[in-house]
Design a protein around this ligand. Structure first.
Ligand code: NAD
Length: 375
């Protein structure tokens, strides 16, 4: 790796709910330093800056162009992702975004094209695919633990985030719902472990036209639901693997499953977080024993993708949770939505690079730069 003087300087745009997790992580990695935090609500940005010892806060417009920012972390709501990313790229900054990349293919492609033209890098959540839990599954699959993968079964169901989020309206608006809010974790993991998708066929339902805010100062307020809140999908991968998935905010029962079955066994992947074992069943008979393989590698959490992207930029390589992967994931989710609308299968035109697992010794907590801090 080439020597770079000082940590990568990060500005956060969007000081809402998820910013605490990011700020905790990004202020702890020696390879990064958070120099500014911005929000439309400047008081919210100021409070987060004070809480985490970030030196500057204010509005996005004034913070994006700062000289002491190399990389912008976009934690705004999905409807603002494209606009904030394009403004950051225009200012010559690399951009990491929360999921989804944007709301449509045209704006997502515009973000990637603008970044290419400006010579900056785009990366996008989720970064669970970089964490020790999913990477352990990836290494086991790559080592042939269950043989050649044939099918995958995923289930994500629960009552929905209206129950706990103080501002849940955006989670039931275009660009969210179970497919776009939680789907990115599943679709990114599917593509990371099983390669690109070539077609999807889906059915959706919206059993309740309105929901009620369940917590915070606006608890009890009704708001409209614009998206399918239960989606069933059949997915065909370029490899020939066939997937069956449910994404639902319409069940009182919280349940998550990500199960890959291969020629020689089955594997349960801990899809939704950064820790937890991979469960492996070798053999194809019902009495075969399950075995837990603990997550291997240095512990990490949300925000590790920003760190991995900063290192990728220093090393001149594509980040693992990079723009093209994120475009493919968005393309698949949009195709699922289109399949629901048309009642027919939809072919996927984009693809994503096959990425090998991360070496088990990869350490996000290490200091990989030399020299002094940049001024
Ligand atoms: N809440 C979570 O636990 C969670 C988990 C994973 C991912 N995410 C993702 O993180 C993103 C943010 O979610 P959240 O729950 O923190 O939302 P939030 O509504 O709590 O916070 C979003 C913040 O962005 C600000 N904002 C909106 N548009 C802006 C703009 N143009 N310029 C500057 N600031 C702007 C808002 O004022 C608000 O403070 C979403 O993409 C979501 O999918 C959230």
């Amino acid at each position: 790796m080439s020597a770079v003087a000082g940590p990568t300087r990060v500005a956060i745009v969007g000081a809402g709910n998820v910013s605490d997790e990011y700020l905790r992580a990004l202020t702890s990695y020696p390879d990064l330093t958070v120099t500014a935090i911005a929000d439309l609500d400047v008081a919210r940005a100021k409070a987060q800056a004070e809480k985490y010892g970030v030196p500057a806060s204010g509005s996005a417009a004034e913070k994006l162009g700062r000289d002491d920012v190399d990389l912008v972390v976009n934690l705004t709501i999905p409807a603002a992702h494209a606009e904030v990313a394009l403004a950051a790229i225009e200012a010559g900054k690399h951009v990491w975004g929360e999921k989804p990349l944007t709301l449509d293919r045209a704006s997502a492609r515009a973000v990637l094209d603008a970044a290419k033209a400006r010579g900056v890098v785009v990366g996008n959540a989720p970064d669970t695919i970089i964490g020790p839990a999913i990477q352990t599954s990836h290494r086991l699959l790559a080592a042939g633990e269950i043989g050649t993968p044939r099918t995958v079964l995923t289930l994500m169901q629960g009552p929905g985030p209206d129950v706990w989020h103080p501002r849940p309206q955006f989670l039931f608006a275009k660009g969210a719902g179970p497919l776009f809010d939680i789907g990115p974790y599943y679709v990114s993991t599917l593509v990371q472990l099983l390669g690109p998708v070539v077609s999807v066929s889906a059915v959706g339902q919206t059993p309740r036209a309105e929901r009620v805010i369940g917590s915070g100062p606006d608890a009890g307020t009704r708001f409209p639901v614009e998206v399918s809140t239960h989606v069933s999908v059949v997915t065909t991968f370029a490899s020939g693997v066939v997937g069956t998935s449910v994404y639902s905010f319409d069940s009182p029962v919280h349940r998550q499953l990500f199960e890959v079955t291969g020629a020689d066994g089955t594997m349960e992947v801990p899809v939704s977080g950064f820790d937890g074992p991979t469960r492996v069943l070798t053999g194809l008979t019902p009495d075969s024993p399950w075995r837990d393989v603990p997550a291997e590698g240095v512990a990490s959490g949300r925000g590790v993708g920003v760190l991995e992207m900063a290192r990728a930029i220093r090393e001149g390589r594509t980040p693992r949770a990079g723009g093209e992967l994120s475009f493919h994931v968005l393309d698949v989710m949009l195709a699922i939505e289109e399949s629901v609308e048309r009642g027919a299968p939809v072919a996927i035109e984009s693809t994503a690079p096959l990425v090998p697992p991360i070496p088990v010794e990869w350490d996000p907590t290490a200091r990989t730069f030399d020299g002094t801090e940049q001024k």
